[in-house]
Design a protein around this ligand. Structure first.
Ligand code: ADP
Ligand code: MG
Length: 394
């Protein structure tokens, strides 16, 4: 029986853990302790922080694992790289993973590799930041380089000392490093792509449209595929994914890419060596008629993967269910009857559970995924179904 290690036990790792079990793999889950839904599906759980590289390598050796992977999260990707390098497993290299985990190193590799990305410079304090900003057009972004989920990122429209100091404070709250980046702000439309690269070969690139909730920063709350923009832009975004992967030396993993489209120019915001969250693996599965969680596991085990069907692409859309206030769930009504176009409608919680008013991704309370003959049909069916979903909170 092959042994697979999965990092993380949250809502986005649950389908990966379940699939591993279904494939008959001995499934070892690593996560910090907490009320995480993935624990109960695992054969074995180690309560270790997924960023604790040394401890996870030690256990991976003792357990003699055959593969290691995750989905939907960036923080543990360097650990995966280190385990793969040390144990000679199939997966992203440590060097590439570490590079992707630092926005400054990533951008520097992007520049070397000819990837189109926003202009940036490194600063360590107010004086340095001011100097850089003086040479850039406003607005600009001040960003922590070693965080994710929009933490430590501020958009500055007016370059006053007060604004810059506040932005640096926000970097310092989340960053462990003594520098940050100042970056040109690209004002345009955000979208993304999912891809898989295996043994140096790009197996697919799926460009998708994003629904974004505008809070303090943009938070993705859904996606749709295909993304109907003109073919040149689609081809250019695919080219940028390939250039980005090459620039970072990413191989043997899924790729999550974020773009901003300004006019006809596609800028790469960042790429991650793992699949996206927010239903994206399910969307890949529907679009290409594969089981993408299975593919992630096959890649991690170094096995042959399923073929991606590019002839009969199936349009589909997903949205998160969100609470409009913080409180306790008093009732859940989901549509009772729906057709075969509905892939999933689920609530993550039950009556009596406490939930948060939606602000960031982890506040989600459920999801809906619908396919259709066209993306318009899928979206309209989803919109009708959403009207029938009632989650009461008091
Ligand atoms: N250069 C930029 N121009 C415009 N918006 C940006 C830029 N950099 C970041 N953002 C905004 O901030 C969000 C988070 O930035 P990103 O670099 O993707 O970091 P994170 O790792 O936190 O997701 C982006 O999705 C986008 O909304
Ligand atoms: Mg991002």
């Amino acid at each position: 029986m092959k042994k697979i290690a999965i990092l993380g036990a949250g809502i986005y790792q649950v389908p990966l853990i379940k699939k591993a079990k279904e494939m008959g793999l001995y499934t070892i889950v690593f996560s910090i302790e907490g009320n995480y839904p993935g624990f109960k599906y695992a054969d074995k759980v180690y309560y270790v922080n997924t960023t604790d590289e040394d401890e996870i390598i030690k256990i991976a050796k003792e357990e003699n694992i055959d593969g290691i992977c995750t989905t939907g999260t960036d923080v543990c990707v360097p650990t995966i790289g280190k385990v793969c390098d040390t144990l000679g497993l199939s997966g992203v290299s440590y060097e590439a993973a570490v590079c992707a985990a630092n926005k400054s190193d990533m951008k520097s590799k992007f520049m070397e590799g000819g990837v189109k990305t926003a202009k940036y410079a490194i600063a360590r304090n107010l004086e340095e930041a001011k100097k850089i900003i003086a040479d850039m057009e406003l607005p600009i972004m001040v960003k922590a380089v070693d965080s994710s989920g929009s933490r430590g990122i501020t958009k500055i429209k007016e370059a006053t000392d007060e604004n810059i100091v506040a932005a640096i404070d926000s970097v310092n709250k989340v960053s462990k490093l003594d520098y940050f980046v100042v970056e040109e702000c690209i004002e345009g439309v955000e979208f993304g792509a999912q891809a898989l690269i295996y043994n140096g070969e790009v197996k697919f690139i799926m460009t998708h449209g994003d629904y974004v909730h505008m809070g303090d920063t943009g938070v993705p709350i859904g996606h749709y595929v295909p993304y109907n923009i003109n073919n040149e832009i689609l081809e250019e975004s695919k080219r940028q994914v390939e250039l980005s992967a090459k620039a970072l030396g990413i191989d043997n993993c899924a790729i999550n890419a974020d773009f901003i489209l300004r006019g006809n120019d596609v800028f790469v915001l960042e790429i991650g060596a793992r699949a996206g969250a927010t239903c994206l693996p399910e969307m890949i599965s529907i679009y290409y008629g594969v089981d993408f969680y299975k593919v992630i596991l096959q890649v991690a085990l170094g096995e042959a993967i399923e073929e991606f069907n590019t002839d009969n692409l199936v349009p589909n859309v997903c949205k998160l269910l969100m609470a409009d206030k913080t409180g306790e769930i008093t009732g859940i009504t989901l549509p009772e009857i729906y057709g075969e176009n509905v892939y999933d409608i689920s609530c993550d919680y039950k009556v009596g559970d406490k939930v948060n008013k939606f602000r960031i991704g982890p506040d989600r309370i459920g999801q809906i995924i619908v396919k259709g003959d066209t993306i318009e049909a899928a979206v309209s069916e989803m919109d009708e179904l959403i009207k029938e979903i009632h989650i009461d909170i008091k």
